[in-house]
Design a protein around this ligand. Structure first.
Ligand SMILES: [Zn+2]
Length: 326
């Protein structure tokens, strides 16, 4: 165990002996070192590669914690197109944070030609610090507007009135605004697990975009490096409404892909290394060939699934626990 984590844990349990009680804030601060370690590593990268990289702020989340982004620019290019890599939508998927960090180092060392790439290693800081999927009980990757609404279908709880309301989290709204502010044209979001690369649409079976050939060509290029299956989340895994890929493409025409990395939410160090060696080259190649301009034919003119189809899809998923909670 890393010394800093060890100290945090010791403080968590010994601290209360001195203060008489343990507050929620203390517990949260006690494990906040986990995200701080990511920031320390970003600082090291900028120190090592000052000509290509700098740290910028995305904004503050619902807990007033600042979310940071590493900006990596090709210093030789006069003009660049802007791309985005995001890990840690789900706080328990630390494999995605590690691959994002390794990718950041790779491009800081050798930038992609003619690109500015923003790498956001962990969007869901609260979840990352506490090793939980959701942020403040909300699933960030079901919190975006989408062609068929946004709802968390991964739980069997009774739907609430506000389930379909997007942007319940500040973090997801900040990221959505960032797409506009930076004119992002391509994005890769990283998750664990499943060994697949997905692209829109995620909402219903056998639904392809008007840009299907481009999505497939890019995904195939990545798959040549990581050997992952490619397809839509609905066809390869399950229906998803309100995820980042569909939102970024549907709203803005961003060339958006989602990686389900590896075979576990709790990969060993060895598996993390393997995931890095497979996926960093795949990510580089995909962003290398991504069109510099956004798609202009990104409208959804298909049919959203009926309630009974969603129910059937959920039942199917229940029978495949290996598909759960990506
Ligand atoms: Zn995930």
């Amino acid at each position: 165990m890393n010394n800093r984590i060890l100290l945090s844990f010791i403080f968590c349990f010994i601290g209360p002996l001195f203060t008489g009680h343990v507050s929620h804030a203390q517990l949260v601060d006690g494990v906040a070192a986990r995200y701080q370690m990511v920031l320390d590593r970003l600082d090291d990268l900028v120190e090592k590669y000052p000509d290509t990289s700098e740290i910028i702020e995305l904004g503050t989340n619902d807990k007033d914690k600042t979310i940071y982004v590493l900006k990596v620019t090709d210093p030789k290019a006069e003009e660049t197109s802007h791309q985005l890599v995001v890990g840690g939508h789900h706080g328990n998927e630390y494999g995605s944070v590690e691959v994002a960090m390794a990718f950041a180092e790779s491009i800081a060392k050798k930038p992609l030609e003619g690109r500015t790439v923003y790498v956001l290693p962990a969007l869901n800081i609260t979840g990352y610090n506490t090793n939980t999927r959701r942020e403040d009980f909300i699933d960030p990757n079901r919190d975006y507007p989408g062609p068929c609404g946004s709802h968390d279908t991964s739980t069997s709880k009774e739907p609430k009135d506000d389930d379909n309301k997007p942007f319940q989290l500040k973090s997801t709204k900040l990221l959505a605004d960032f797409l506009v502010e930076k004119n992002i044209s391509a994005s890769l979001t990283l998750h664990t697990y499943g060994n697949v690369i997905t692209y829109p649409w995620s909402v219903n079976y056998e639904q392809i975009t008007n840009d299907h050939d481009t999505f497939v060509a890019m995904a195939e290029l990545g798959s040549e490096k990581n050997n992952y299956k490619i397809g839509t989340a609905a066809d390869l895994l399950y229906f998803v409404a309100g995820n980042f890929v569909d939102y970024a493409y549907w709203e803005h025409g961003v060339w958006a892909f989602l990686f389900e990395i590896g075979t576990s939410h709790y990969p060993s160090d060895k598996s993390v290394k393997e995931a890095i060696s497979l996926n960093v080259p795949a990510m580089r190649d995909m962003l290398d060939v991504a069109p510099a301009e956004r798609s202009v034919s990104h409208a959804y003119d298909l049919t959203c699934p009926k309630d009974e189809d969603i129910l059937l899809n959920n039942i199917l998923r229940e029978r495949h626990p290996e598909w759960h909670s990506h």
